[in-house]
Design a protein. Sequence first.
Length: 273
Amino acid sequence: MNMDMIFSKSDQLWTMAMEYAPKLLLAIITLIIGLWVIKLIAKGVGKLMDKKEMDATLKPFIISLLSALLKVMLVISVIGMIGVQMTSFIAILGAAGLAVGMALSGTLQNFAGGVMILIFKPFKVGDVLEAQGFLGVVKEIQLFNTIMLSLDNKTIIIPNGGLSTSSMVNYSTQPTRRVDMTFGIGYTDDIDKAKGILEGLLANHPKVLKDPAHFIALSELADSSVNFTVRAWVNAADYWEVYFYMQETVKKEFDKNEIGIPFPQRDVHIYNH
């Protein structure tokens, strides 16, 4: 009796294997070919976007979204080919989706943040951005994250959820920037001579804009120095060149003209008892 049951079960398993094996094989082949076709479609869409010169910010986002949607459709089709009832599968998928959605609420928030960034465009690929405690150049805006490169070439990955709802500074939206500097001289030094040196350096620098005009004023009588506030307008790309030039050249010119730059000092008195 037991042997008859074993043979019966074996026959059933063999029948099921013969019935489902072709479907399973076809499903696997369809999955492999489908993934290959999706990859080709994604590449084709990317080339088309390059040809149409579409916004570089949209390219990785659209390709990632299109690829994800096509893969979901492919998986659903493959499951249907195996013989799974789609109505039951969709019901199970819906229940599972609710649970997964609650567990991945942060991930969904990042996705929504990515969509908001693309809609309102507070920044784009290539912008210099300061956000979430990081400063760098935007390299790519993905579905869930924004990829930046720091100024010393480190990769920074920032979730879109927090990025879309927090404050940020975009240094690339305006064509010009103001370079703010402070230079101090000693109380015994000639104020007019120091101001003339600063004026000459700014007036003769080719990358300091004439309009708006630069600004120099004695702004503070500090504890150990007389401080000048210096402001100059430049094209955004020339900001650091002008800033570093002024820091080095002012020191050289002050030294040449015997104008001291005060620095903190401490007198120590030793008493012998």
